[in-house]
Design a protein around this ligand. Structure first.
Ligand code: CMP
Length: 227
């Protein structure tokens, strides 16, 4: 394991309470794995035994139906982790995890992870914080699905994805319209129509491969009529 990997792991929130020696021990047992774009890393229902930390790239956590419909629960990037749920409750994997771009992961076995947890209350605390964040985000998703129209859901998702960049709010993610549709439970055609509307009304602007989001977006659209 090289020094850049060391540096990277120091930034992984999950490991932030570990002493240097413990971090080194974790690095010794972790195995690096590479996945191509679209590769399936975990499948819902699998019974695998590992925790995954993203060292580069991006993954989507999703559920799908036999008929091929998909819903994206979350997108996770560098320094984030997944696979903790099945390790802790000893149930099968709760969702599929798929690489959205070439992705490198560090894989830590259940035994090593549980050992480390047992010696580091800080790490248990970080896991709880991660789970709480996921619950909050799932609550927001339930709220959007139950209470907002598709316009509102697109607007909220754009605002959640946007990051400040040079005084503007910018969605820089390489996100297809299908991905956006799968995040909000709508069809690609509907999302395409709404993005066009939002662009015509000046709420968003397409610039190169980015979307510039007008800060006024949510208030105005929260009252938009049902579609
Ligand atoms: P596990 O159930 O082991 O395998 C699938 C993983 O996807 C799961 O652990 C979590 O790490 C992750 N996951 C499941 N649901 C969500 C969610 N709503 N938000 C973020 N990550 C999730």
């Amino acid at each position: 394991m090289n020094s850049s990997m060391n540096e990277l792991l120091e930034n992984v929130v999950l490991f932030s309470g570990l002493q240097e020696e413990e971090l080194k021990a974790m690095l010794r047992v972790a195995v690096a794995k590479n996945y191509a774009k679209h590769a399936i890393i975990l499948r819902e229902g699998d019974k695998t035994d590992a925790l995954y930390i993203i060292t580069s790239g991006k993954v989507k956590v999703m559920l799908s139906t036999v008929g091929g419909k998909e819903v994206i629960l979350a997108m996770l990037g560098k320094s984030e982790f997944f696979g903790e749920m099945a390790l802790l409750d000893e149930q099968p994997r709760s969702a599929d995890v798929v690489a959205m771009e070439p992705t490198q992961l560090l894989v830590i076995s259940k035994t090593d992870f549980i050992n480390c947890l047992a010696h580091n209350p800080q790490m248990s605390f970080r896991i709880m914080q991660g789970l709480i964040q996921r619950l909050r985000s799932a609550d927001r998703k339930i709220q959007s699905l139950a209470l907002m129209d598709v316009y509102g859901r697109v607007a909220r998702t754009l605002l959640e994805l946007a990051k400040p960049e040079g005084g503007r709010l910018v969605v820089g993610e390489k996100l297809s319209q299908q991905d956006l549709a799968d995040m909000i439970g709508a069809s690609r055609e509907m999302v395409s129509r709404i993005l066009k509307d939002l662009s015509l009304s000046g709420h968003i602007r397409f610039e190169a491969r980015k979307i510039i989001v007008n800060q006024e977006l949510p208030g105005k659209l929260a009252h938009a009529s049902k579609m």
